[in-house]
Design a protein around this ligand. Structure first.
Ligand code: GUN
Length: 322
């Protein structure tokens, strides 16, 4: 049986390490680190993600504020809100939940966020720091995956890594982080010719394609490490049976709720072929939230250093050599 790479276990380890840092930040400043979360409109999936992020703050003792402008809001309104949060001394991190409604210019919004408060690592300043291997706030999901690989002591240097998906949020930064960790990296996407053949070369396969069970047995080199970033809801009974026919618990859960979650990797095939894999749910999801908490603490500590012009940059994610 392949090893199961539990994101929940790594999440606990990350959050545990943050506790003393939050306590000492409170001691130095008399306040907790602060995160502002902006959710425009009422996309149901985004609402769940935001609720989980705010809950994680509460559990850890990070101050959080939530803003919920209406679906019809303008770019200008969001930009003004971000500018007001940039000026707030008690807010260390600003997160604008994506996707934004079509009439809101997401790039302009991201450009408005103070890079020192950009806990998503989406601002071009932070992305530039990542490209050049210099310290900066890193996108949470790929940074969490790197922590997962470290936690389970999965070697990356010299390995062949294939990333399926080229999003700004996951695919591109993931490829850069693996490159900095000395993997030989291929990025695949919707126009890749013979995706399965490319994927089959991988010692380490990271899938962030947004397509339920896209990756089947023929994509997976026997013994490979497979990291599944996808979270898709399946509501079609025949499809659920095809995906989970061998898993009575999933079928029972489908009977109860009318849907089940599946990643971008076929759950039965990955168990048959991989050497290790992240489950869905309980794999990558918890890591994204843990790294958001870590970035908020990083941002708070770094802003404190800048304000006091003293103290160390310990903990600030270091770049790696090229
Ligand atoms: N939408 C999906 N993932 C993310 C994320 O990591 N950050 C933000 N802001 N929006 C998202």
């Amino acid at each position: 049986m392949p090893e199961i790479l539990s994101g929940k276990e790594v999440q606990q380890a990350i959050l545990h390490q943050l506790q003393p840092r939050i306590a000492s930040f409170r001691e130095s400043t008399g306040r907790p680190p602060g995160l502002a979360v902006i959710l425009v409109g009422h996309n149901p999936a985004s609402q769940i993600y935001v609720r989980n992020k705010v809950k994680a703050c509460q559990e850890l003792g990070i101050y959080s504020e939530q803003y919920n402008p209406p679906e019809t809001t303008t770019t200008e309104d969001v930009v003004q809100l971000v500018e007001s949060l940039n000026r707030r001394p008690d807010i260390d991190g600003i997160l604008v939940q994506m996707p934004l409604p079509a009439q809101v210019d997401a790039q302009r919004v991201i450009l408005t966020i103070d890079p020192a408060k950009d806990v998503d690592g989406f601002h071009p300043y932070n992305l530039g720091q990542l490209v050049s291997g210099r310290p900066g706030l890193r996108p949470c999901t790929p940074a969490g995956i790197m922590r997962l690989l470290e936690h389970y002591r999965i070697p990356v240097a010299g390995k062949k890594a294939v990333v399926i998906g080229r999003s700004d949020i996951v695919g591109k930064p993931m490829a850069l982080m693996l490159l900095h960790a000395h993997a030989t990296v291929t990025i695949c996407h919707s126009r890749t010719a013979d995706l399965a053949a490319e994927a089959r070369q991988a010692d380490l396969l990271v899938v962030a394609a947004g397509k339920p069970a896209l990756v089947t047995a023929e994509f997976i080199k026997p013994g490979a490490v497979v990291v599944d970033v996808g979270i898709n809801r399946v509501t079609d009974r025949a499809r659920v049976e095809e995906l989970f026919g061998d898993d009575p618990d999933k079928l029972t859960s489908f009977e109860k709720t009318g849907s089940v979650l599946v990643g971008d990797v076929h759950p039965r095939d990955v168990r048959q072929r991989a050497g290790a894999y992240t489950p869905v749910p309980g794999g990558v999801g918890p890591l994204t939230i843990a790294m958001l908490m870590a970035n908020t603490v990083e941002a708070a500590e770094r802003r404190l250093c800048k304000c006091s012009a003293s103290g160390s940059l310990a903990g600030w994610q270091q770049g790696s050599p090229t």
